[in-house]
Design a protein around this ligand. Structure first.
Ligand code: DX5
Ligand code: ZN
Length: 214
């Protein structure tokens, strides 16, 4: 399983220590949640913090934009050296154009769906999308409870990707732990985000290693 720990649950008073922990773990990515207080009812951190994080981490950045008009910030995200830039389907009037803008900026294009947004909305563009990020909580906060119907969405998306012969990665975000992670793996997920489960663990490095085995 590809593992992307979410920095949202890190200790913002001592980010260095938590980034060092991720550096020495088996994590594949570092998941970065950017919020605007408009698309989601919370504000996290912005690009100045992201540039600092990029300088401190050895892991590629997986940037999840929970903001309206995300296409306006493509250059800023690219400037942080991010590998994946993920936008929400719900805020893109011209999703096809946004996907191409992200590719032109040299990044992998991720598209996220809120729990209530059907996976079928991505059918016509699935081969152009590098990563579909299925939200398994309503976005905005860490530490929420996993929404079980997302398991059916993972299976439906797996079938859509396989039928299209696409290489799109299925990433799932929200309420991931060893139990829900195992269920997601069985349903066909490729990549898991974990915030609270990793950072509240007694041994976060061992917890990442356990998730990695799923
Ligand atoms: C929620 C964010 C998540 C969050 C996940 O809106 O997109 O990435 O950090 O946190 P947990 O794993 O605690 O649910
Ligand atoms: Zn996220």
């Amino acid at each position: 399983m590809i593992i992307s720990p979410s920095l949202l649950s890190a200790d913002f008073g001592n980010l260095n220590a938590d980034i060092e922990m991720i550096n020495s773990s088996e994590a594949d990515y570092l998941h970065i949640d950017v919020m605007d207080g408009v698309f989601v009812p919370n504000i996290s951190f912005g690009f100045p913090v992201l540039k600092y994080v990029k300088a401190a981490t050895k892991k590629p950045l997986d940037v999840h934009l929970m903001i309206i008009e995300p296409q306006k910030f493509t250059a800023e995200v690219a400037a942080t050296g991010a590998e994946i830039m993920t936008v929400h389907y719900e805020v893109c009037n011209h999703l096809d154009r946004v996907i191409h803008q992200i590719h032109e900026a040299g990044m992998k294009a991720g598209v996220s769906l809120n729990p209530a947004t059907p996976v079928g909305m991505l059918k016509d563009v699935i081969s152009d999308i590098d990563v579909v990020l299925l939200m398994s909580v309503n976005p905005g906060f860490g530490g929420q409870k996993f929404i079980p119907y997302v398991l059916d969405k993972v299976a439906e998306l797996r079938a859509m990707i396989d039928n299209a012969g696409a290489k799109t990665i299925i990433e799932v975000d929200g309420g991931v732990n060893l139990k829900t992670g195992a269920q997601l793996a069985a349903a066909g997920a490729d990549m898991l985000v974990a915030g609270n489960f990793v950072f509240s663990a007694e041994n976060p490095i061992a917890t990442i290693a356990e998730l990695k085995k799923l």
